[in-house]
Design a protein around this ligand. Sequence first.
Ligand code: NAP
Length: 242
Amino acid sequence: MGEKKVALITGGSRGIGRACALEFAKADFDVAIVYAGNEEAANKTVEELKAIGSDATAYKFDIANEEEVNAGVASVIEKYGRIDVLVNNAGITRDNLFLRMNSADWNAVINTNLTGVYNVSKPVVKLMMKQRSGSIVNMSSIVGVMGNAGQANYSAAKAGLIGMTKSLAKELASRNIRVNAIAPGFINTDMTKGLDPEKFAEHIPLKRLGEPEDIAKTAKFLAVDGTYITGQVIGVDGGLVV
Ligand code: NAP
């Protein structure tokens, strides 16, 4: 067990989660990342984190599976002894127009993007309450604020996450645990690789897609510097929702 602060980042192997992991490592955190199955990406990110001095570990478990989560988070606590920051970032899409969306697509997205956050937060909040300190950052989406055709499942989960963020902020404030959400716009990751960047950029006031680092800097700000901020949803979307 090290002396440093510890950040647990779900979906930390790729995209926004990977950028968050690197940002926290640069801020002198030891970083535990969670991934679903892409071993190669997870190992590569761990090597990058170690190269900047973080005692990093990758944990493979499915955040939608409560038993796997409990065993996985127990391993994190066994190794690091504490968790100062939780970034609930892992998420998936299964887009389709509503009448074509089957219950498997509905359930997969709700179970991962919303219930998955419940599953991971439960044992982590228990620990943070004992520590009497902690900060949680939930990765929502502008789609949870404004809706999007073809994403009824995803927007429902991301809007649910905003409600959960506000409720937990109120419930946990007395224990010195802050809970905030980020609502990213369109960010350049594997999740959005089907989108035409130029076509999307036209509609964004800052005229570009966001980069994972744009989100990571905000996550670090909320978790580390934003000591009087709780229950907020910060849009990081190039001005798309104002
Ligand atoms: P991404 O590139 O597709 O990466 C997803 C990450 O989540 C990977 O590390 C993946 O692990 C992990 N993951 C997925 N399902 C999991 C599960 N069931 N259990 C554990 N880990 C799981 O996604 P991203 O674009 O970086 O998005 C990150 C978050 O930001 C998501 O919550 C997404 O909804 C949100 N967001 C993204 C955008 C955007 O434009 N990209 C916009 C708004 C919000 P493997 O590598 O093992 O698959």
